[in-house]
Write a protein that binds this ligand. Structure first.
Ligand code: ITT
Length: 193
């Protein structure tokens, strides 16, 4: 089976390759010759996920899936949400984004947040979405150095450590992306492409 994961984020590619294990081979964007930045301009996580997958499917004629993810903080009315990657500006700096988040939450008691992922699978004649979330809270300072993005300040409910203090295997048991991926894998298992 030829299935491409339409992401330029190498951390995501590693996480998802590790989740898929030997179950199925996965092509990267590089493998199919796609070197351009994928546009994310719909204004929603679901729309951006679909936009990326459909672009790659149409241009490169390969079955593929894309994910779009974000962090939704209750006290910030769901921000940074769809703008998670560019929260502090177009430089897409994880460090700047975390610093701005902590600044905007200074003195705020309600630290509830969740990560959300929506995966869109596009194959000939099919467009289907899969969703995963993980609930947690934003800590007051960074802890841990694994993972990426907001992982050092996100503590999932029921755990005493951040996602950045977990191994990839631990994160892959509970993360939003892992949960959405499990839905995708279950679908692919019963509907081989
Ligand atoms: P793509 O090439 O797949 O678009 P991206 O880095 O732009 O990669 P997303 O738009 O899906 O990724 O995610 C937006 C941001 O949300 C991302 O840059 C991180 O800051 C944050 N994020 C997403 N998943 C995360 C995770 O598992 N842990 C920490 N932060 C995450």
């Amino acid at each position: 089976m030829k299935l491409c994961f339409a992401t330029n984020n190498t951390h995501k590619l590693d996480e998802v390759s590790s989740l898929l294990g030997v179950k199925m081979g996965l092509l990267s964007l590089k493998d199919i010759g796609c070197t351009e930045e994928l546009e994310e301009s719909t204004g929603t996580i679901s729309g951006n996920s679909r936009q990326k997958a459909e672009y790659v499917f149409k241009k490169y004629k390969v079955s593929c899936f894309a994910d779009d993810s974000g962090l939704e903080v209750e006290a910030l009315n769901g921000a940074p949400g769809v703008d998670s990657a560019i929260y502090a500006g177009p430089q897409r700096s994880h460090e700047d984004n975390i610093n701005l988040l902590l600044k905007n939450l200074a003195g705020v008691i309600n630290r509830k947040a969740r990560f959300i992922t929506i995966i869109t699978l596009v194959t000939p004649g099919l467009v289907k979405q899969f969703k995963g979330t993980v609930e947690g809270e934003i800590l007051h300072a960074k802890t841990g150095s694994a993972g990426f993005g907001y992982d050092p300040v996100f503590k999932p409910n029921g755990f005493s450590k951040t996602l950045a203090q977990m191994t990839m295997d631990e994160k892959n048991k509970i993360s939003h992306r892992a949960r959405a991926m499990t839905e995708l894998i279950n679908f692919l298992t019963s509907h081989p492409i």
